[in-house]
Write a protein that binds this ligand. Sequence first.
Ligand SMILES: Nc1nc2c(ncn2[C@@H]2O[C@H](COP(=O)(O)OP(=O)(O)OP(=O)(O)O)[C@@H](O)[C@H]2O)c(=O)[nH]1
Ligand SMILES: [Mg+2]
Length: 226
Amino acid sequence: MTIMREEDLEIAIKVVIVGNGAVGKSSMIQRYCKGSFTKDYKKTIGVDFLERQIKVEEEEVRLMLWDTAGQEEFDAITKAYYRGAQACVLAFSTTDRDSFVAINKWKKKVEDECGSIPMVLVQNKIDLIDQATVKPDEVESLARELRVRLYRTSVKEDLNVDQVFNYLVDQYLAIINHSEDVYTTKNVGENIFGNPVKLNKGDTITLSGKKKTSKKQLIKSACKVI
Ligand SMILES: Nc1nc2c(ncn2[C@@H]2O[C@H](COP(=O)(O)OP(=O)(O)OP(=O)(O)O)[C@@H](O)[C@H]2O)c(=O)[nH]1
Ligand SMILES: [Mg+2]
């Protein structure tokens, strides 16, 4: 028999970063995970993956960042990698109006696969504000319309990148902590898992505590996706 101790478990969050080509998705992940920035543009072919472990209120959280290709030629293959994502970054570039217009399409594409998950709108390359092709108020109204928080980042200058991921982690933890509350509530009622208010004999109750995954499970699930 294997005894699994609490310290063997960790919270793992799969985050997908989507948006048009060249908006800075790979650069953002590279900045966040490796602390570096490269000026040259090398488009992502298909999908890439990096991870970073952070500590949030004494909890180890492993962020698995899925970097998807923004170029249209890869549209068909990237979608499959969204599956199982628990959070999403919708990125566009300050200097590329098309990438701003495409945000709705990216959001829908992710929601088609993942349903409603924590998302954030990121206006990258804010260091190039003098070459902006989008007005601040139209960006703010898109964020309001989509009901997502807006962050203006410069991956180049390392501005606001950590904040984007911290926010998503907080959002995700709030959701799982809430599901724990529901789980421990005596009166299950109509909860976020869609269980009926009045339980009858034979009803199925969906139980879900804090989602912690063992390292082994993590590797297994990552392998499945690849
Ligand atoms: N000035 C400036 N340039 C940036 C910033 N972030 C990324 N870049 C540059 O923008 C270009 C594209 O960056 P990538 O990270 O490769 O873009 P991507 O979104 O991953 O592109 P695809 O992989 O094709 O989808 C690169 O030349 C980066 O150096 C930024 O904040 N400011
Ligand atoms: Mg890329």
